[in-house]
Design a protein around this ligand. Structure first.
Ligand SMILES: [Zn+2]
Length: 194
């Protein structure tokens, strides 16, 4: 009966994570897929619970608030909850659910990656066009020689690389070139709780 259910709050007091555990669980970074908030934004929803009651409440609350990764709500939880109760063997039903959640997550990540690639491609072609003068773009359109085309693409890319901007991620404060940073930081940053 030493289990509890806790939530991590954003600065606007909406929860971004629901968890269950005991002892120091709510305050340790290890084992969490989300960043720890400051202590005043860790709230205990219920205490002195059995492992099963904590698990059930966790599942209920995750279902109530919904998950961001699968588009059902506001939580950064990556599963529907209920995992990791010690001394408990997962039932076939639980295993199936966990498998489904993982599959959904992978699909979401693949979709994101595809969108990112599509977006990057669009930005490149817009930039490339921008860099060329009007007459050059007419010549470009009339160019049938693939070697010239490829050479021009290479030149445009080299130019872009030289104009790489250094930007800072607002979530983890890491700095770096804007293309890599856009890929792994800002909205995609693992410290993003929004
Ligand atoms: Zn970051």
């Amino acid at each position: 009966m030493d289990y509890y259910v806790y939530e991590y709050l954003r600065t606007d007091n909406t929860p971004y994570y629901i968890g269950k555990g005991r002892k120091n669980r709510a305050f340790t970074k290890q084992g969490h897929t989300v960043p720890l908030p400051s202590k005043d934004r860790i709230r205990f929803i219920a205490e002195n619970l059995s492992a099963d009651d904590a698990k059930n409440l966790e599942i209920e609350l995750i279902s109530k608030y919904g998950r961001k990764d699968i588009g059902t709500g506001i939580l950064r939880n990556m599963t529907d909850g209920g995992e990791g109760s010690p001394g408990r063997i997962a039932t076939a039903e639980q295993k199936r659910k966990m498998k489904e959640a993982r599959a959904k997550q992978i699909t979401t990540e693949e979709t994101r990656e595809k969108m990112r690639q599509a977006h990057t491609g669009r930005v490149h072609s817009e930039k490339t066009l921008d860099k060329m003068s009007k007459s050059a773009s007419v010549r470009w359109a009339n160019t049938t020689d693939d070697t010239i085309r490829i050479q021009k693409i290479k030149e445009a890319r080299a130019k872009q690389d030289m104009t790489q901007r250094i930007v800072k991620c607002p979530h983890c404060e890491k700095q770096g070139g804007h293309r890599n940073m856009a890929r792994y930081h800002f909205d995609n940053c693992k410290f993003n709780t929004n």
